[in-house]
Structure formats: structure tokens, C-alpha cells
Design a protein around this ligand. Sequence first.
Ligand code: FES
Length: 301
Amino acid sequence: MGPLDRPRDGLCSGRAGGPSVVSVRPGGEVKVSADQLGDVLDFSDRREVTPYRPPTAPRTARGDRWWALPVVTVVVLLGFVVYGTWVAFQNANYYADPYVSPFYSPCLATSCLHPTASFIGSWWKWSPALLVLPFPLFFRLTCYYYRKAYYRSFWWSPPACAVRDARFGYSGETRFPLVLQNLHRYAFYLALPFPVFLSWDAAQSFFFPGGFGMRLGTLVLLVNVFLLWGYTLSCHSCRHLVGGRVDQFSKAPVRHFLWRRVSWLNVHHARWAWASLFSVAIADLYVRLVATGTIHDPRLF
Ligand code: FES
């Protein structure tokens, strides 16, 4: 008797219409008759479902401060969101010749204090930051590293290793809105021009009204654009773009060279993510403080 021919403990009655046949062919292939397959499907329809009971055991046996990292992550990310929202809507103090805040670059409206290219024209009456910020925001929101950080910290799914999930249902990234995470590759394409524009801004920051030179603000913008390039180029989608779908690297030496460099950056993607997040906020704050005359911008040469 095969496993499918066993009695079913009264949960599912046998089908009428002849005996079930399970035969084993030479080579180990198992053949199940159509009747037998029907029995299996019926059986799966009628199986008993035990109501879910939440676990009563403690959430974790860990005795260390496993909650510290999720809490710090929540505080920092929320702080950035609050600061970024305030900056985006303020629509002032984002330009101090020759510095422009990274939150307002490229500046695409005629109303900009320092337009990069006035594609949008004068009809745009709101903050020009709102025209550009959705793209880097989309890039960060769908970033593979940030997903891990905020799934753990905000949803506790799971909050740390060997700690039980706060949520009992899990559908992965298969439903709205999380299914949008799968668009990260396109977010990468949309975000790629931003470090180019910010590199241009950093180059412009050597040219002061009084002539060529370098001040602390120049250094701040240079460090920021360096970290943003590191974050963007270390992206997993970038790594796939340069090295994906290649069967033999020996026949694609340039892509192999690029893939090795991007892979080296990619190992530290989380660090690039955090460092660039801080540097963007610091660069904006520095420009803002100079623009309002709150701080003196010291000259380096
Ligand atoms: Fe983090 Fe692409 S930016 S994976």
C-alpha cells in the first residue's frame, strides 16, 4: 500500500468510482491516477484548520540590549524625515553664493534663487525642492539596505536576530504598497543624475564672488558629493547593471573590471547609506546657516 492509499482517519471519505492506483515505474517515477489526484485535492479541501494561537513564550531569550539598534534607527530616520520635510517646504535660505543646498539641486523652476535649468517655468509657485526630492526619496525608500533597517525598526519584522516578530502575518513584498519595492532598479536610474548635478554644484563652490578659492563650505559640499557617489554606485541595482547577465567575464573585461569595483563598494553599502544621509543634512544645514548669516564660512585658501 502506498502512502496515498492509507485510511484518512475519518477526515475524508473515499471516492466512488473504483480503486485508487499508485504505481511506481522503473526509475522511481510515481504515477498517480486521476481518481487518486482527486482524493488528494478533496483531502486538502477538507483538512482541519487549527485556530492560530499566539505564542505564550517570551519574545526572546536574549538578555542584551537588542532593542537599542532599532530604537536608534527609528530616532535617526524620523529625525531626517522631519528635518527634510521642513527644509523642503521652507523655500528659503537654500542658496549662499556659490553654495546651493543639495535638497534644492537641481533647481528647475524659474522662481529658484539659483536656477540650474528652468525647465518648469514660472507657473510653479511652490518650493522647487518638491520637484526633485521625490526621486532620491524613492531611491532611499526602496533601497535594499534601508528596507532591512526600517522593517526591523518600525515594524519589528523581526526587530533583531533571535527575537520574535511583532506581526504574525507576513506577505513579503507581494502586495501593495510593499510590492512597489520591486521598482528599486528604476529608482536607481532616476536617482543617478543627482550626484552628477551635485558634483557640478561642488565644482561651482570654488568660485566665489571675490574669485577662486576654497572655504569650509566647499569642503562640506565635496564630502557630501563623494558620499552620495559612494552610496549610489554601491547600490545593488548598479552592481547588477554593470555585471548582470554576463555568462563569461573573460569575454567582457570592462564589465568585469567595473563589477569588481562596484562589488567592493557594495560590501559597505550600509555605511554609505548612513554616511550620505548625514552628509546631505549637514550640507543643507551648513548652506542654510551661511545664507542666514548665522555662521562665518572660514577660508581655507
Ligand atoms: Fe541601496 Fe540600491 S540604493 S540597494
